[in-house]
Design a binder for this molecule. Structure first.
Ligand code: NAD
Length: 365
């Protein structure tokens, strides 16, 4: 069987880590026909658009994509490519597993937290009103009439939109994930005491959904309390489900708990399509330096293989990475105890070391 997969190399360090992931996935023996497409700054250069229609069509056709990080050019008029992709393809669930691998220098051991972030609503929906525009003035008037509140006329406004439909989808996704992966607890994160009609709705729908899964423990935690508990007792958590903005921030915090952005894979999942990508961005200062950790995207690739039903190949990659980390010889700078360790390996050396371990596993099995 040959899988057709859209490959978006991305910008900055994207092409380096994408190549690493591509080579590693191929080393498992799974046959993939890569349909290369572009997004971000590179696509802007090539096609005059950060998200060309051909890229969207490729993902719609193949249903699965592996994506390197892309740079969103700074300046007005450029919408985040990632947000646009998630909205356009209705990839409503962002799944970010945060797991400690023995040998990674971290403050905590034995963590295995799944962060599930709603991907299409909340303050990220892109409904924004620019300071000084006539639409903003109308909205300010409406707020003043309906809320008995005076706003500064020079305000800019971003809307936080949370729907029952969106919340039901993401919380069901979280509980189904728990059921399918034998997870014990789902924590729903909110600030419902302050934002009664957005976070409050998120919480009340989550509570309803939880009743359909009586075998799974359910708790609700306020976002500020979560931050404190994650730093003190991260082992208390199993699956977190959060609205978009909190999910963005907390998934990066959880990446920090397990060794940093180099160790944080991810997936954006909808009902019919999925894009697998690292949590990190394009790290422009390291572009072309063959220096960054490719594990986030390689592990995202392993998630993709599992999504395609290639459980064996996915496990081979994860075991190979675990071995390379445990040996501690061939790892990038971020996994060394000291930042400027001269023995840090390059992106390509690490990739070769993982491929070597995958090949060795053929002789073992
Ligand atoms: P970033 O994640 O690119 O990098 C921040 C820092 O984290 C880096 O300087 C580096 O020290 C470290 N880091 C990141 N990836 C690493 C890796 N694989 N190995 C080792 N260290 C790593 O965040 P940023 O600098 O805020 O963003 C740069 C660009 O990336 C921006 O244009 C932003 O919009 C974009 N971005 C894209 C995505 C995506 O495509 N999914 C996600 C986040 C940010």
């Amino acid at each position: 069987m040959v899988y057709n997969v859209t490959l978006i190399p991305g910008d900055g360090v994207g092409p380096e880590v994408s190549e690493a992931a591509q080579k590693t996935l191929e080393a498992t023996g799974v046959k993939i026909n890569w349909d290369v497409a572009y997004a971000g700054a590179k696509a802007q250069e090539m096609y005059g658009s950060t998200l060309p229609p051909g890229t969207i069509e490729s993902i719609k056709r193949n249903k699965v994509a592996l994506k390197g990080p892309v740079t969103t050019p700074v300046g007005s008029g450029f919408r985040s490519v990632n947000v646009a992709l998630r909205m356009e393809l209705d990839l409503y669930a962002c799944l970010r597993p945060c797991k400690t691998y023995p040998g990674v220098p971290t403050r905590y051991q034995n963590l295995d937290i799944i962060v599930i972030r709603e991907n299409t609503e909340d303050l990220y929906a892109g409904i924004e009103f620019q300071r000084g525009s006539p639409e903003t003035a109308r909205l300010i008037r409406l707020v003043e009439e309906t809320q008995a509140r005076i706003l500064h006329p020079d305000s800019g406004i971003s809307l936080k939109v949370i729907s029952e439909t969106g919340t039901r989808k993401i919380t069901k996704f979280a509980f189904n994930y728990a059921r399918e992966h034998d997870r014990k607890k789902v924590s729903v994160i909110h600030k419902a005491n302050i934002m009664k009609y957005s976070d409050g709705l998120f919480l009340s729908v989550a509570k309803e959904v939880a009743k359909e899964y009586p075998e799974i423990e359910f708790e609700d935690v306020m976002i500020d309390t979560l931050c404190m508990r994650l730093v003190r007792w991260p082992e208390q958590f199993d699956i977190l489900v959060l609205p978009n903005l909190y999910g963005d921030i907390i998934s990066e915090l959880c990446a920090g708990l397990v060794g940093g952005l180099g160790m944080a894979p991810g997936a954006n999942i909808g009902d019919t399509m999925a894009i697998f990508e690292a949590t990190h961005g394009s790290a422009p200062k390291y572009a072309g330096k063959n220096k960054v950790n490719p594990f986030s995207l390689i592990l995202s690739g392993a998630m993709m293989l599992r999504h395609l039903g290639e459980e064996d190949a996915a496990s081979k990659i994860e075991r190979a990475i675990a071995k390379v980390i445990l040996e501690g010889k061939t790892v990038t700078y971020d996994l060394k105890p000291y930042r400027d360790d001269p023995t840090a390996a390059t992106t390509s050396q690490v990739t070769e070391a993982v491929i070597e371990k995958i090949k060795e596993s053929y002789y073992e099995s």
